[in-house]
Design a protein. Structure first.
Lengths: 153, 85
């Protein structure tokens, strides 16, 4: 289970990266406030391996927000049609940036941590609900849309 | 890169097929590419790894997230004003 300090760092790093990379703002979210519509969710994960710790960082978002991510990160117009590959790439880039920031915040700048390439998987609503109930995942809200993040080692 | 004229190479460290450090090592072995300026754009924050990149000849390092202004400034710095217009 994530320690309180890890949860705090994860939350702060996520808010910072969403704001700087995607111009989207976040807030805290209580477990009983998590309500996500739709049946399509996107999970991105990437591994890290340092001298003392190794594990995985994950982010899970409703498909709708991944398209908004692509618009903001790629600088597209809101009325442009966003293909799913762009939405997936945007989420991977977001996770890559979050993980890079997390590594230096958690382990310092003198440690070399190897990262894997981000990978994504589509989830349905039932899988999303399972993750919501999983204490390994921290729920935040980005532009009023729930997002789950996790660091597991 | 061997088939196209390239003035400046932007690369990440964490890439599929070959990572950024391996790519630079390959470029250094090739007399056509050894002098091509490389700018690393990455989320990497390890001082040790960044120092290693500079030892291998990387001209600049940009940490993500970056802005168009940061990219423009580094292009001007590496290639000079004329090429950044």
């Amino acid at each position: 289970m994530m320690q309180n300090e890890e949860r705090k760092i994860l939350k702060e790093v996520c808010f910072g990266v969403f704001e700087q990379l995607a111009f989207m703002f976040g807030d805290e979210l209580e477990d009983d406030e998590i309500e996500a519509e739709g049946n399509r969710f996107l999970q991105a994960s990437m591994g890290f391996k340092g001298p003392k710790k190794q594990g995985t960082v994950e982010i899970v978002v409703p498909m709708t927000i991944s398209k908004l991510l692509a618009i903001n990160i790629l600088g597209l117009e809101e009325d442009q049609i966003i293909d799913e590959d762009s939405a997936i790439d945007a989420l991977k880039e977001l996770l890559n940036t979050i993980t890079g920031r997390l590594m230096t915040t958690l382990f310092g700048e003198d440690v070399v941590v190897d990262l894997t390439i981000p990978a994504t998987e589509e989830l349905d609503h039932a899988a999303w609900e399972e993750l919501v109930e999983n204490s390994q995942y921290l729920a935040i809200t980005i532009e009023e849309t729930p997002v789950l993040v996790s660091i597991q080692s | 890169m061997k088939n196209n004229w390239v003035d400046l190479c932007f690369a990440d460290i964490n890439m599929p097929v070959m990572n950024g450090i391996e790519m630079i090592e390959k470029m250094l072995e090739d007399h056509m590419l050894e002098k091509l300026p490389v700018v690393i754009v990455s989320t990497e924050g390890s001082k040790t790894r960044i120092e290693e990149l500079f030892r291998k000849g990387v001209r600049a390092y940009l940490r993500k997230p970056i802005t168009p202004e940061i990219v423009r400034n580094v292009v001007k710095e590496v290639l000079g004003d004329y090429d950044a217009k």
